[in-house]
Design a protein around this ligand. Structure first.
Ligand code: SAJ
Length: 402
């Protein structure tokens, strides 16, 4: 039996994937409401293919509980936020989960940590805990890699990294992961596994920052950044990502800070890249101001943000560029812009709409912050509006770009 600790965006799909393959799984989360919802037959967030996976897992007897189980294998998928001031990782959730696991686990249990941690976290925070308990267990770090929007597919196909203290434990855990993925499963040591995860997300953050910087240069000197990136990417060794209104989510804007926090004097490129990404929502605000001037639009209440989530076709709005933008507006004591997102059903900002047409009726300038499928297939509805397309989804007509 595998006891999966933390039933959020990573833990839940992972628990369901193992169970759907016929492995006995108990998912544990301290959030009573979440466990109740899962036990009452409903998944807790929207994700392509998740419901189907849930149905298969329920058929196979997956269980959800607030209690940690007596087991031989644990998989920990709890959040690892970072301290906004020191930029260092906050391992308290992982520490708490491992402590509770150590209280109940069988001797010789394997504790797999999937949560993203900075290199050295296992050595500095987790091993001392294990020593304190004086219980023989095996620690493994197997960083998650699945991308929201395509999680179920990626769980089944991504290659995986298993960091373990011995090849014997590494192989034992690799065998478990091979049940759910047809991707390659690589065994390495724990610190290397910790580092690879942070490096993967840092690579993406730096590449996006490069694209964002290019967007600013091109805007300043009146060049088309999208045309330039398109042509450059035809070079066999160039692959520039897309500029955008900012970088959101709980991974790309967060994990690279672990490196900056731990190695401040060695992370010049990374630090600057993160600053560039963080400057984008404010940059969008300044573009909105100049577009309003351009069109003689004086009333800020006629400006609306399309999209509140951190990226397209997901319901997760953590650290989203739109929320960063609204926060920055708030700092200037400005009335928040109108906003609408088809994926966000609860109220998360003051002037929020829940119906696309009503939203469109109430604004003259539409700022496309997120390229949800909904807007992509309803571009014609924007006719007659001033449009600021930060996502480059509209290819013709008079549209403002980043
Ligand atoms: N973004 C851009 N330009 C791009 C691509 C993305 O501005 O060209 C923005 C998105 O709009 C979004 C943010 O970056 O706001 C992050 O989105 P994402 O799709 O790049 O990544 P995440 O956060 O959804 O998932 C990432 C993935 N990591 C990598 O691709 C290296 C995923 O595999 C990880 O599992 C996940 O982080 C994680 O949890 O660590």
């Amino acid at each position: 039996m595998i006891n999966i600790i933390g039933l959020g965006y990573i833990g839940l799909p992972t628990a369901l994937a193992f169970s759907a393959k016929g492995i006995e799984v108990v998912g544990t989360d301290y959030n009573v409401n979440l466990v109740q919802q899962l036990n009452s037959g409903r998944v807790t967030f929207e994700e392509k293919g998740l419901e189907e996976l849930y149905i298969d897992a329920v058929k196979n007897g997956v269980q959800f509980s607030v209690n940690y189980q007596h087991a031989d294998i644990y998989l920990i998928a709890v959040p690892t936020p970072y301290d906004k001031i020191s930029k260092k990782i906050d391992p308290s959730y992982v520490i708490n989960a491992v402590t509770r696991t150590l209280e109940v686990c069988n001797v010789d249990a394997v504790i797999i940590i999937e949560s993203t941690v900075s290199p050295g976290t296992t050595d500095s925070f987790i091993r001392p805990l294990v020593e304190k308990f004086n219980k023989k267990v095996h620690l493994v770090h197997a960083p998650e890699r699945i991308i929201p929007g395509n999680m179920v597919y990626e769980l089944a196909h991504n290659s995986r990294t298993i960091g373990a203290d011995s090849s014997e434990i590494g192989e034992r855990v690799a065998k478990i992961y091979r049940e759910i993925t047809d991707g390659e499963v690589i065994i390495t040591d724990i610190k290397t596994a910790e580092m690879t995860k942070v490096v993967e997300n840092t690579f993406r953050a730096v590449n996006i920052a490069f694209a964002n910087e290019l967007a600013k240069i091109c805007r300043y000197d009146n060049m088309d950044v999208y045309e330039i990136i398109k042509i450059c990417n035809m070079h066999p060794r160039v692959k520039i990502l897309n500029p955008g209104p900012g970088v959101g989510g709980h991974c790309i804007p967060v994990d690279p800070w672990f490196l900056v926090g731990d190695y401040p004097s060695l992370t010049k490129v990374i630090g600057e890249a993160l600053e560039i990404n963080e400057s984008m929502p404010e940059y969008v605000l300044s573009r909105i101001m100049s577009i309003m001037k351009d069109n003689g639009l004086k009333d800020i209440s006629r400006v609306g943000l399309y999209g509140l989530t951190y990226k397209e076709n997901v319901d997760d709005y953590r650290e989203s560029p739109s929320l960063q933008l609204l926060e920055s507006q708030e700092k200037h004591l400005a009335e928040p812009l109108k906003a609408y997102d088809p994926w966000v059903k609860q109220k998360i900002t003051k002037n929020q709409y829940f119906d696309f047409d009503t939203f469109l009726n109430d604004v003259d300038l539409v700022v496309i912050m997120v390229k949800h499928d909904e807007i992509k297939s309803n571009i014609s509805k924007l006719e007659g509006k001033i449009v600021f397309d930060t996502q480059n989804i509209i290819k013709s007509g008079r549209v403002y770009k980043l």
